[in-house]
Design a protein around this ligand. Structure first.
Ligand SMILES: [Zn+2]
Length: 122
C-alpha cells in the first residue's frame, strides 16, 4: 500500500497535529515555571503552532471551494479532489481528471508541472 492519501484529508490531519503539538509544547512549558523566560518561550511556540493550524484550516477552506466534488467510482461516496490526480477520501481509490492518465499507475508526481509537460508531449 502506497502512502498516498486524499490531499484535503492529509492537510486536515496536518492541521490537527499542529494543534496537538501546540498543546504539548505549552504543557511542557509548565515544567519550566521556575524560569519565566523559558516558560514564556514554550507558551509562545505553542501559540504559534495553534495559530498555524488555524491558518491551515482557513487554507483548507479555500482549497475546498476550489476542489472538484465528484462521486467516487469505486465506493460511490462523494469526495473532493485536488490537482490532476488525487485519492478518494473514503476508499483511497486513485482518481484522475485527465483521460491520458487513465489506467496508469497512480503517482502524485503527475501534479508537478514538469511531469505534466512530459506526459502531454507523448
Ligand atoms: Zn471511494
Amino acid at each position: 500500500m502506497k502512502p498516498y492519501k486524499n490531499k484535503i484529508n492529509r492537510i486536515r490531519s496536518f492541521a490537527l497535529s499542529l494543534i496537538f503539538i501546540g498543546v504539548v509544547i505549552m504543557y511542557l512549558g509548565i515544567f519550566f515555571r521556575n524560569n519565566e523566560i523559558i516558560m514564556l518561550i514554550f507558551m509562545v511556540l505553542g501559540m504559534i503552532a495553534i495559530l498555524g493550524s488555524v491558518v491551515v484550516y482557513a487554507w483548507i477552506g479555500s482549497l475546498s471551494t476550489r476542489a472538484l466534488q465528484i462521486i467516487c467510482p469505486n465506493c460511490g461516496k462523494q469526495t473532493k479532489m485536488l490537482g490532476r490526480v488525487d485519492m478518494c477520501g473514503h476508499c483511497r481509490e486513485p482518481l484522475t481528471m485527465d483521460p491520458s492518465l487513465e489506467g496508469k499507475e497512480f503517482d502524485v508526481a503527475y501534479n508537478k508541472p514538469s511531469v505534466r509537460k512530459e506526459t502531454t508531449k507523448k
